[in-house]
Design a protein around this ligand. Structure first.
Ligand code: VAH
Length: 319
């Protein structure tokens, strides 16, 4: 029986673009997209799709057996800002789904797992510049705590049960196809939409808040690369640091002004400022580059051009 891929959380910001890429690589009939609702019709209508709540172990197992799934990308999670509003829901969603998938792998129902961690695993006591792969990790958000604990469990299931689980610590991800939801780095997506619609944007982070960021195409490429790498090359089974660019709201605003000279920015930090202040400014991802050949393609200027060009086209389409 041919192998099949299941993406959990396929309608989300990363899940939706990862689904498109995996359908391109494996063929649409080899990829099952799933989510708790049909809230991304591009994903739903372009291949196999299932309504699936991965907190329900039995439902997840039925889906795996129905399609003979052997690889799972677990992209469902409650992100940092929303997680602070609903701590126990964030813990339940982020941890229950991970345990179900790891146990299905341990028990031989699936062969391979991708699970996203985040630079949110780092906290205020972590070195902020060029944050190393191994360092102090005292996350102060529920989201970051779930990612830190999740990394420990991934490494444990690999070492104890031989589970082939692979993970990367995503920075903030910027994309134009699907809006993000509930993240602290979401300002870096909203700003492009507002630049085109209003020619101004009020940032909920202060102008000098540098954060590690990445354009979606690089994030999807990294995800595919780590999953296609030979198992022996994946020497870190907690999660790999990953980075591409680091910028502040002021710097992204300057990048936009080069293409939209009339654009203006204002700043009104909210509760997400404290979350951002607890995270690194830049990341050392040399181990990902050494072990499985990671390299990024998008710098800030190239990302801004890509975002404004595609959003303008999509808004023209909408108009
Ligand atoms: C968030 N976009 O803002 C996510 C990400 C590093 C940030 O994990 O919560």
């Amino acid at each position: 029986m041919s192998s099949k891929v299941l993406i959990i959380g396929a309608c989300g910001q990363i899940g939706s673009e990862l689904t498109a890429k995996l359908r391109e690589i494996h063929g649409a009939d080899q990829v099952v997209a799933s989510d708790i609702s049909y809230n991304n019709l591009a994903v739903v209508n372009s291949g196999l799709f299932e309504i699936l709540d991965a907190r329900d172990y039995s439902a997840l197992k039925v889906c795996i057996e129905k399609y003979q799934i052997d690889t799972i990308y677990l992209m469902a999670a409650m992100l940092s800002a929303t997680g602070e509003k609903y701590p126990m829901k964030a813990w339940d969603l982020n941890m229950d789904t991970l345990f179900h998938v790891l146990n299905l792998a341990k028990d031989g129902f699936i062969k391979k797992v991708f699970w996203p961690s985040s630079i949110a695993v780092f906290g205020t006591t972590t070195p902020k510049e060029n944050t190393p792969q191994y360092t102090v990790m005292e996350p102060s958000t529920v989201y970051g705590i779930t990612k830190q604990v999740g990394e420990r469990w991934c490494e444990y299931y690999h070492n104890r049960y031989g589970v082939d689980v692979r993970s990367i610590r995503y920075p903030g991800i910027i994309s134009w196809k699907t809006l993000p939801g509930g993240g602290t780095t979401d300002y870096a997506v909203e700003i492009y939409h507002k630049a085109l619609s209003d020619n101004t944007y009020e940032s909920f982070l202060s102008e000098d808040t540098a954060l590690p960021m990445m354009f979606m195409d690089d994030a999807v490429a990294a995800t595919v690369n780590i999953m296609q790498a030979p198992a022996e090359n994946i020497k870190i089974r907690s999660s790999y640091n990953l980075s591409a660019i680091s910028f502040t709201p002021e710097q992204i605003a300057e990048s936009i002004k080069k293409q939209l000279p009339g654009f203006s920015m204002t700043y009104k930090p909210d509760f997400r400022q404290a979350i951002a202040d607890s995270w690194p400014k830049s990341i050392d991802d040399s181990r990902a580059r050494e072990d499985w050949g990671w390299k990024h393609n998008f710098d800030l200027e190239k990302m801004t051009e890509e975002m404004l060009t595609n959003l303008s086209k999509s808004e023209e389409t909408v108009a």
